[in-house]
Design a protein around this ligand. Structure first.
Ligand SMILES: Nc1ncnc2c1ncn2[C@@H]1O[C@H](COP(=O)(O)OP(=O)(O)O)[C@@H](O)[C@H]1O
Ligand SMILES: [Mg+2]
Length: 248
């Protein structure tokens, strides 16, 4: 199996050298845990160290905001776009929202509006992959696909999305936000080949960040929680240290 380095220092050691090529991996965690940073670092690492072009799909933040935020880590997204090593695709789910909610009451064509958003997004991604020969893809985040009040439609949309991402000739990272800790497994956790979870614990008066590999299909992965930190040049994992946390 070919491996794709994660470009997160320390993380490859926990998963036998990197993601399995062409897998779809979920990165999940609460707000501010570093999911966007993680995904962009994965893309930047591909561009700078492996000469692998990447695609960033943002469902949440505007490109201007992401470009500004990532600048703090010394990552010049605009330059990579100019060099045809990066494409940024912005999808605004709000544009589809009224339509979804209106249509959700009509049993017959419930899936259509969300299907369209998904289809146009995936079509665009496919076009961009061809255009720049992208090898890495980051979708941030699928939580915004859950705006519909119809749970079964949400599940269907996410299943469709993951099924289609699996067909692409790209190694894909998908982010999702955990709103409530210890909630039951979500459909994306079942369907993705790998799940990486970012935790923030309060230990005494301090906040401690920990990364956990929940699953990585076909990979003998590490099962304990390791500390990670966000510093001036991105995320760093400490593979030889562990975080002991009691849920009580
Ligand atoms: N240069 C930096 N050094 C340390 N932490 C930073 C730096 N820049 C941003 N952060 C932290 O990174 C986090 C933002 O991460 P982000 O990737 O946007 O999270 P998420 O996408 O999970 O909401 C914030 O908690 C912020 O405080
Ligand atoms: Mg984010």
């Amino acid at each position: 199996m070919s491996r794709v380095c994660t470009s997160i220092p320390g993380l490859d050691d926990l998963i036998e050298g990197g993601f399995v090529e062409n897998d779809v991996i979920l990165i999940t965690g609460g707000p501010g845990t570093g999911k966007t940073t993680f995904g962009i670092q994965y893309l930047i690492g591909g561009i700078k160290d492996k000469n692998e072009p990447g695609i960033y799909v943002s469902f949440e933040e505007t490109p201007a905001r992401v470009i500004r935020n990532m600048w703090r880590f010394g990552w010049d997204l605009e330059q990579h776009v100019r060099e045809n090593m990066l494409r940024i695709i912005q999808v605004d789910p709000i544009r589809y929202k009224d339509f979804i909610i209106k249509e959700a009451h009509s049993a017959a064509i419930q899936l259509k509006p969300e299907g369209n958003m998904l289809k146009s997004t995936l079509d665009q991604v496919q076009l961009m992959i061809k255009e720049i020969n992208a090898r890495r893809l980051f979708i941030d985040s699928i939580t915004s696909l859950k705006i519909s009040p119809d749970e079964s439609m949400v599940r269907f949309t996410i299943m469709e999305m993951i099924k289609n991402l699996e067909k692409l000739d790209c190694t894909t990272l998908l982010s999702s936000e955990i709103i409530k800790e210890n909630s039951s497994f979500s459909v994306e956790e079942y369907l993705c080949e790998g799940v990486i979870k970012l935790h923030v614990f309060r230990i005494g008066g301090n906040k401690e960040k920990a990364i956990e590999i929940l699953k990585m299909r076909g990979v003998k992965h590490d099962e304990i929680m390791h500390p990670y930190t966000i510093i001036d040049n991105g995320i760093v994992v400490f593979p030889t240290d562990s975080v002991i946390h009691s849920m009580v």
